[in-house]
Design a protein around this ligand. Structure first.
Ligand SMILES: Nc1ncnc2c1ncn2[C@@H]1O[C@H](COP(=O)(O)OP(=O)(O)OP(=O)(O)O)[C@@H](O)[C@H]1O
Ligand SMILES: [Mg+2]
Length: 470
């Protein structure tokens, strides 16, 4: 066992430090996390010679994964994050799994490559063009090593090698979950293989992209999964397992079959039980084997906690603040911290279709934008859909009062609010006026009525309690 301890030891330590609250429903999950931690802290066991003759000889013995589901804000992501941090495995980035050749580029990064992924929760430096304070790579790296940031980290995709620092010192205290916790990620033991965490939606986009690279081959899915194995992937943590796209649904059974066949351990969070996945989806029969595979290879655990920590934090103070006075920026920063966003960090933003949207800060499931970055300039619904899928909570600073001179920005804001609303994203914002007075022009007055009404509804505890629909 690594010196940094098992998940239950880490959990207890955080409780003792006062970093988080002791929660019986969370504690009930810890034995499963400890089981996985212990199993994965051993080098992969190889299948016996006989089995090797008949099966894939290089696949390690199967370890049951975990499908952790339950209501919103219960701490599922929090627990899986704690688990992944505690694992003494090397953290793998998207690039490591993409099989892409590693171009020997300078530290500017390979912009086109990261844009090809189109995902771009990207590393600051490479994509922003904004010079970063000279923190050194180690400091940046920590950002990408968190939920939902890894796959398209520009640095990772660009293949620019990172200095092989131990991970322990990578994250400054307070960067994670808003706690100055002493629970740094466990140092990696190279014999144990690699761990990868990402958001389900982003993961699927990456899979589709990688499959395109194998188009025409006999079994592209097998080829992609084999690549992951060859890159050392042993544990894949997917946040927010949620299937709506028929394209995802149709390939998941085969993908999971190959993953489990290769001995990759899946650890995932969801708001729904496996049997409810892709309910009412087109051609659902073809998805059912995926559900069976999940149930066969993951222990399914419901987190039946009474406490919605996120809702508690959201309703402790309003989510919509007006006017844009001197205190507005501080208020939003305080909301960010209260919601678990941690310290503000420079971040290169999100790349959608090759265009960067600057973010002020990012944390698992959460992003903080300035209004101008989101709604001024060539943005459209594709950008907002991606944001709404990847973040359950979005902070927007500085929504202005619109008039007929700002109809383009107003129209984009309308689209943004529609997308956030449809996917039940929590919106926390500072604005120049209350929703009904936010649009003072003529042309979009009728359209904006819906937006104002939605903004009002989005402040309600009922709306805030709705599960994110990624
Ligand atoms: N035991 C705890 N004490 C204090 N805060 C907690 C605790 N567990 C979780 N939190 C905080 O509550 C918030 C919600 O937790 P988390 O995001 O893990 O919920 P979730 O179950 O993943 O929700 P969703 O299903 O919407 O993704 C986070 O800010 C997290 O840090
Ligand atoms: Mg979550």
């Amino acid at each position: 066992m690594s010196a940094s301890g098992s998940p239950s030891q880490r959990y207890a330590a955080g409780v003792a430090r006062g970093d988080w609250q002791d929660d019986p429903a969370q504690r009930a999950v810890l034995p499963e996390l400890d089981r996985l931690h212990a199993a994965l802290s051993q080098p992969p066991a190889r299948r016996g010679a006989l089995k090797r003759l008949f099966g894939r000889g290089d696949a390690p013995e199967a370890i049951d994964g975990l499908y952790l589901w339950g209501g919103v804000g219960r701490g599922k992501t929090f627990l899986i994050d704690l688990f992944i941090d505690a694992l003494p495995l090397k953290e793998l980035k998207g690039e490591a799994l993409s099989g892409a050749p590693l171009p020997d580029t300078g530290s500017g990064g390979d912009r086109s490559q990261s844009e090809r992924w189109g995902e771009g929760l990207s590393n600051a430096e490479a994509l922003s063009g904004v010079p970063l304070p000279d923190t050194g790579r180690g400091g940046d790296r920590s950002q990408s090593e968190r939920w939902g940031e890894g796959l398209s980290n520009a640095e990772a995709l660009s293949g620019v090698p990172l200095p092989d620092t131990g991970r322990g010192g990578d994250r400054s205290q307070g960067e994670r979950w808003g706690e100055g916790d002493g629970s740094a990620p466990a140092p990696a033991d190279p014999r144990l293989g690699g761990k990868r965490r990402t958001h389900f939606h982003r993961f699927m986009r990456g899979v589709h992209e990688q499959l395109r690279g194998h188009a025409g081959e006999r079994d592209p899915i097998a080829a992609v999964v084999r690549q992951w194995r060859e890159a050392g992937l042993r544990v894949l943590a997917l946040d927010e397992f949620f299937v709506t796209d028929i394209g995802d649904a149709m390939l998941l059974a085969r993908l999971l079959e190959r993953m489990f066949g290769e001995g990759i351990v899946l650890v995932t969070t969801s708001n729904i039980a496996p049997d409810g996945l892709y309910r009412d989806g087109l051609q659902r029969a073809r998805f059912l084997p995926a559900i069976e595979l999940l149930k066969a290879h993951c222990r399914v655990l419901e987190m039946a906690s009474d406490t919605d920590y996120r809702l508690r934090a959201l309703t402790r103070s309003p989510v919509y603040r007006t006017p844009l006075d001197a205190g507005a920026a501080d208020w939003l920063a305080e909301r960010w911290r209260a919601l678990g966003g941690g310290e503000r960090r420079r971040d290169g933003g999100i790349v959608v279709d090759g265009r960067r949207i600057a973010v002020r800060a990012r944390a698992p499931g959460m992003a903080w934008f300035d209004f101008d970055a989101l709604c001024e300039g060539p943005r459209g619904s594709a950008d907002y859909i991606q944001i709404a899928r990847e973040f359950h909570t979005v902070l927007v600073g500085g929504v202005p009062q619109f008039d007929d001179t700002r109809n383009d920005a107003a129209r984009r804001f309308v689209t943004l609010v529609d997308e956030l609303y449809d996917r039940h994203v929590n919106l926390v914002c500072t604005a120049a006026a209350e929703p009904p007075a936010l649009y003072a022009g003529e042309r979009l007055a009728a359209t904006f009525e819906r937006t104002a009404s939605r903004l009002i509804e989005m402040r309600s505890a009922e709306y805030l309690a709705r599960p994110h629909r990624p």
